[in-house]
Design a protein around this ligand. Structure first.
Ligand code: C2E
Ligand code: MG
Ligand code: MG
Length: 770
């Protein structure tokens, strides 16, 4: 009892230390080495088939347990070796002398099937590396097969024909056919070598060994038929080494890698192939020469020698050129993976990391991959104010700091867009580590940067997404999810957010487009107005027309929910006409009530592409007898940049009519004020985000101040959006801001509420915070 316990403990320890494929292989080799000994007891065939059948069982067992995907080539592989074993078994137990033709023996059928299935399985494995079909690999494989066949012809088949005379004898034909098929298998191996991801792995080496020893076995077997004095045990041993190597391949844990495409082309490898193939291609003529050497004329020998020397020099030249090309290509690839501005890796690098990790066998169980998408807060505004030169320096400093951090922690890091960076964390055991890392990055950036003698404080928002494993689809999904999480982090000002499918998945908004047209007819689309206040006199100077959708079932829908969805359809044009018509009509009504207001309407980038816009505005004004200087058009920075020439033309036509132009949400887009000034605008509305933060965040205040300064010099009036607090009114007044708009004064209200709202605003006191 005690003994068996000890023995099983030793076995399990050995199993843990030595992988099964190695145990099987070593045991198989020892058993093979015992063959000559066993032969003395007359048990040679039994011993041979025992090992062969055990190897075949190991192949089936290995494939069944590991189920490498796709499975088909591996099933063919198992069938191939089984058929060869069966063929051998039948051959050994029958008298197989016969004639070629209809009397194809059962053993031949099995052996032939075995060889062809092996060729096919290797072919399929090599073919799995779409989309780069390695045509060159295919031809290299055939060069190898043909060279080997020519050598085989010289040293195997020709002597056979000379020895036995040429006949279509079954033994003769088949003895020639099997080594030929083995040569083709070796050629296929070379093809697999050029294409598979596992070309340098142990499992590939085992496969090479197996096929090589099978081929040697076939050749030796053929040689024995030419009265080559080789003991029969030798070719049996070669076959056995082949069998046990095949068995160990199937038991190897990396077996699936053989069918995986190469992540990127390794060119050093191409060089090795060239070095291997050219001498091979030379082998046949050398063999010929050696055979007929005595009969050759000395002059012919001289010419041939000269040819060989030129050939070798040419080959040397070719291989050095190839080497140079490879070096240049590697440099280009390196550049392609590097970000031009910061010198750290770029998106291409990340894609490569993902591709190679898709096929990695080093995936820890229960681990996950995380993507941290990081964006610097307010960087666009920073660029606008301080210029791109300083912006670039900040980006470089941020990239350098975070790159060091990622290198130290073993994560991948890249700059993927303007101020966006990605940290890729592979094989992380738990979510908490990812979140910790995100906060760590956040803290790292909080330490100030000193560039060009200026101290800059940078903060960032991070969106996190996670996946159990990588596929191409999973990676792009993760990118999308981390973008959504980042958006939420920005909206909530929470700095770090993890993607949550239920919360962040975009809801289906297809109903918007289908119901919007109907909504217009049903008069569900209504216009609200929000007053704009002159800061020094506290009088209402105008209103902004803001659309709302009074949905019978869904309630009041805000424009942010439906405008972006109709923006790319012609419905946006319908909406513009509706708001324009409604505002001009409303102006006429207010005018009749002695209320003289300016009305601002919002236009989108798509509206600016409409050639009829100016005509439509002019007609609406005329219809309601509204003076053009009482209407204002608000465009966002990015739409002003969509097609600058066309926009400039359109805006100057509007200005010619007497209409005022306003830049909306200033500071959130990618433009500089100097550039916008060329469009001759009248007002600039600083985005709410800066106004909201200016009383507690120095960088927001700096942006507001410098925008005011610049606008003053360019004679543009500034309106502050999103005023919530009286303290902001004080600050803006002191800074000389022209106007303000925000919930502090009034939310957007229906037209009927405007007279009362104006009275309330003009009589209220906003000097002290209430
Ligand atoms: P916008 O042109 O920048 O309009 C200002 C937005 O800020 C309005 O949101 C307004 O309600 C909101 N707002 C004003 N003061 C405050 C404040 O103190 N605090 C906060 N939190 N928000 C404030 P709304 O009405 O939801 O409109 C959102 C956006 O939808 C508008 O941004 C505009 O770009 C677009 N939009 C609205 N109406 C129209 C329209 O008729 N046509 C087009 N093309 N776009 C429109
Ligand atoms: Mg607006
Ligand atoms: Mg705005």
């Amino acid at each position: 009892m005690q003994w068996s316990h000890h023995i099983s403990a030793v076995i399990s320890l050995a199993a843990r230390m030595t992988p099964p494929w190695k145990v099987f292989w070593l045991a198989g080799l020892v058993a093979t080495a015992c063959l000559p000994l066993v032969s003395r007891f007359g048990l040679r065939d039994s011993w041979f088939f025992l090992i062969a059948i055990l190897s075949v069982s190991a192949i089936w067992l290995g494939i069944w347990r590991q189920r490498p995907q796709p499975c088909q080539p591996w099933l063919q592989f198992a069938v191939a070796i089984s058929a060869q074993c069966l063929g051998g078994l039948i051959e050994a137990n029958t008298d197989a002398s016969g004639h070629f033709g209809l009397q194809l023996s059962l053993a031949d059928v099995c052996l032939l099937t075995g060889h062809l299935a092996l060729v096919r399985s290797l072919w399929q494995l090599a073919c799995q590396q779409h989309p780069q079909f390695p045509r060159h690999g295919f031809f290299q494989g055939w060069i190898l097969a043909t060279s080997l066949m020519l050598i085989g012809w010289q040293f195997l088949f020709l002597p056979t024909i000379l020895h036995h005379g040429f006949s279509l004898d079954r033994p003769q034909i088949f003895r020639m056919l099997y080594p030929s098929l083995s040569f083709i298998e070796l050629g296929m191996l070379l093809w697999l070598w050029t294409s598979s991801n596992a070309y340098a792995s142990r499992v590939f080496l085992q496969l090479c060994l197996a096929i090589l020893f099978f081929a040697i076995g076939e050749c030796v077997f053929h040689g024995t038929s030419n009265s080559l004095a080789v003991p029969h045990d030798i070719n049996l041993m070669c076959w056995l080494i082949g069998y046990v190597s095949f068995g160990s391949v199937a038991l190897h844990p990396d077996i699936a890698q053989l069918g995986h495409p190469r992540a990127s082309e390794d060119d050093r490898h191409a060089h090795h192939i060239l070095t291997m193939l050219l001498p091979l291609a030379l082998l046949f003529p050398v063999a010929l020469l050696l055979r007929y050497f005595q009969a050759l004329h000395p002059a012919t020998i001289g010419i041939l020698l000269g040819f060989f020397i030129i050939f070798i020099i040419g080959w040397y030249q070719l291989s050095t050129t190839l080497q140079n090309i490879i070096e240049v290509k590697q440099q280009l690839e390196q550049q392609n993976r590097t970000d031009y501005l910061t010198g750290i890796p770029n998106r291409n690098y990340l894609e490569q990391v993902v591709e190679s990790s898709m096929y990695s066998t080093r995936v820890l169980p229960h681990s996950m991959n995380a993507m941290l998408l990081m964006d610097i807060d307010g960087f666009k505004a920073f660029n606008n104010i301080f210029g791109f030169g300083l912006g670039d320096l900040i980006l470089k400093a941020v990239a350098k700091r975070l790159h060091h951090n990622s290198q130290a922690q073993g994560y991948h890091f890249a700059r993927v867009d303007g101020d966006e960076f990605i940290v890729l964390m592979l094989n992380v055991p738990e979510k908490a580590i990812v979140e910790q890392q995100a906060w760590h990055i956040h803290q790292l950036l909080e330490q100030p940067f000193i560039v060009n003698g200026l101290t800059a404080k940078v903060s960032c928002s991070i969106g996190i997404s996670m996946a159990d494993s990588f596929t191409k689809h999973a990676f792009s999904n993760m990118q999308r999810e981390s973008e959504r999480a980042l958006l939420r982090a920005k909206e909530n000002q929470s700095q770090v957010e993890c993607y949550q499918a239920i919360r962040d998945k975009p809801a289906d908004k297809s109903w918007i487009i289908s119901e919007f047209r109907e909504a217009i007819h049903a008069r569900q689309i209504v216009v609200y107005y929000q007053p704009k206040v002159h800061l020094q006199t506290q009088t209402v100077i105008g209103v902004e027309a803001l659309v709302r959708w009074q949905h019978p079932l869904r309630g009041l829908i805000m424009p942010g929910e439906f405008v972006p969805h109709i923006e790319n359809t012609d419905l946006i044009h319908t909406l513009f006409k509706l708001v324009l018509h409604e505002s001009t009509r409303q102006w006429q009504l207010w005018h009749q009530q002695q209320l003289d207001l300016t009305i601002a309407v919002n236009v989108t980038a798509r509206d600016l592409m409409n050639f009829d816009l100016v005509k439509e505005v002019a007609q609406a004004l005329e219809k309601h007898a509204m003076p053009a200087n009482h209407i204002e058009v608000e465009i966002t920075e990015s739409s002003a940049l969509a097609d600058p020439r066309r926009v400039k033309k359109l805006l100057s036509d509007l200005i010619a009519l007497g209409i005022k132009i306003s830049i909306d949400d200033y500071g959130t887009g990618y433009s500089s004020l100097l550039y916008l000034q060329q469009l001759s605008l009248h007002y600039l509305k600083i985005d709410q985000q800066f106004i909201r933060e200016m009383h507690h965040d120095a960088s927001s205040l700096a942006i507001v101040c410098s925008t005011l300064e610049l606008a003053k010099n360019l004679h543009i009036e500034v309106i502050a959006e999103g005023i919530h607090a009286a303290v902001s009114v004080q600050q803006l007044k002191a800074l000389g801001c022209y106007g303000a708009q925000g919930f502090l004064f009034s939310e957007p209200v229906p037209a009927s509420d405007i007279p009362a709202t104006i009275r309330r605003i003009e009589s209220a006191c906003y000097d002290i915070e209430s």
